[in-house]
Ligand binder design. Structure first.
Ligand SMILES: [Zn+2]
Length: 74
């Protein structure tokens, strides 16, 4: 069994499960110029940066979460 538990940043405004945006990948520039990818999964967002892997949260995924939730205010 893997020790690594997949982590997700779970949105509060909408349910990602089955959402049409699942599978969408947003490229995000990191502070050092490197590029990361934030992806929406059925369980929430994740990011491929080291910070997210470690903490399950990062500013890239949070920025995308805010952006997506901002669009969804209806
Ligand atoms: Zn990140």
């Amino acid at each position: 069994m893997s020790k690594f538990k997949e982590k997700y940043l779970v949105p509060t405004v909408f349910r990602p499960n089955g959402h049409w945006m699942v599978g969408t990948i947003w490229p995000v520039k990191g502070s050092k110029g490197n590029e990361y990818s934030v992806e929406l999964h059925d369980k929430g967002f994740n990011c491929d940066c080291p910070g997210f892997t470690f903490r399950g949260s990062c500013k890239h995924s949070q920025a995308i979460l805010k952006k997506v939730e901002g669009v969804m205010e209806w």
